[in-house]
Write a protein that binds this ligand. Structure first.
Ligand code: ZN
Length: 360
């Protein structure tokens, strides 16, 4: 066993990973070759096939999460790939397995950080990174899956579990209730797919972009509204002056949080905040609305249990009941990652997926 570990340590020392690294906040990511460190107990080496880009990475790149003490560091927290090797005591996966990489913690070892090296300098990584060709990932951020195209399964690491998890786990939404979804990006459309599957009605999607509203319509939204001030009135009209039973805010804007809160049922409406406004931003609500019965809360990855929920969504997809592939509006080559980031920032995409492995 010891001999085997020595062999692995030796073989890993010569594995290189091409990574898109954040060196300075608000600057393009820099492609660099990293030396992959030997696997520690509980870590897994994954060959990354696809990675999705979400708003969370944009917030990191733009420095919206506060001071970044980990520069330079790798990025990405949603992807798919194949296991190349495992560290000691890893039980969940084995070499050759297809896996989803997710930032949401599941079962298994939790190994919080990785240090790669490039030209003698340390490049930091968290428990998961997906903007690189070969990634050392903590066991608890992996879920083994099969029979799903890698491109599609890359969405199972963040967008789908967060968006659908809000509907299933946070709201425990009930058939026939109404919902408004503010922001029809990857998370919002994932919520929409789940809302449709459960049979919520009406489903109202709101965005600033017509093309995303068309996608929402295609995925089953009963009403699509172009964002404008005082949309609360329109939503009350649609819901016979009652307001929506549920609202999900995915735009990360103070104004939409406040409008969404005004638009829910005054005695029982629930608003979930999924979007991330810039750190330090504050919103304002009337406390009496809480006294009369409205509820407002945030979500941490849709309260997802990855080992249970990701497999469930994968099975629904395989059965043709969860059209998550429709979320992919762009597939970009890895070496165009900075262009891909610009597409995400343009607000015109649902999910932009990077093809990281060259030949698939
Ligand atoms: Zn994400």
């Amino acid at each position: 066993m010891e001999y085997r570990n020595q062999l692995i340590a030796f073989s890993l020392e010569i594995i290189k990973s091409l990574a898109a690294v954040l060196v300075n906040v608000n600057s393009p990511l820099e492609m660099m070759e990293l030396k992959v460190p030997p696997l520690k107990k509980g870590q897994v080496l994954v060959e990354v096939f696809y990675s999705s880009i979400c708003q969370s990475q944009i917030n990191e790149i733009r420095g919206r999460k506060g001071v970044d003490n980990f520069l330079p560091h790798t990025l990405g927290h949603e992807g798919s790939g194949k296991v190349l090797d495992i560290g000691a005591d890893v039980k969940k996966v084995k070499p050759g397995d297809s896996v989803v990489m997710t930032w949401i913690k599941g079962s298994g070892h939790d190994i919080p950080s990785v240090k790669y090296k490039s030209d003698g300098k340390i490049i930091n990584s968290g428990a998961i990174s997906t903007f690189l060709t070969h990634a050392v990932i903590s066991e608890n951020r992996l879920v083994k899956i099969s029979e799903i195209p890698m491109k599609v399964s890359s969405l199972l690491g963040c967008a789908i579990p967060t968006g659908a998890g809000i509907v299933y786990n946070d709201l425990k939404a009930v058939k026939g209730r109404s919902i408004s979804i503010w922001g029809a990006g990857g998370i919002g459309l994932s919520s929409l797919i789940a809302a449709k599957k459960i049979g919520l009605n009406p489903i109202i999607a709101i965005d600033i972009n017509e093309s995303k509203l068309s996608m929402a319509k295609e995925l089953g939204a009963d009403y699509t509204l172009l964002y404008k001030n005082d949309l609360s009135r329109d939503i009350h009209e649609i819901t016979n002056s009652i307001g929506c039973d549920y609202a999900i805010e995915c735009a990360g804007k103070i104004k939409t949080i406040e409008t969404a809160f005004n638009s829910i049922n005054k005695n029982s409406g629930k608003l979930v905040i999924a979007g991330n406004p810039k750190k330090g931003k504050k919103f304002s609500i009337d406390p009496f609305d809480l006294i009369s019965g409205k509820q407002i809360f945030g979500t941490w990855g849709g309260s997802t249990s990855p080992d249970r929920d990701i497999l469930n969504y994968a099975n629904l997809y395989k059965g043709g009941k969860f059209p998550m592939d429709k979320l992919i509006t762009h597939v970009e080559p890895f070496n165009s990652i900075n262009d891909a980031i610009s597409i995400v920032e343009s607000g015109k995409s649902a999910r932009v997926v990077l093809q990281i492995k060259e030949t698939i």
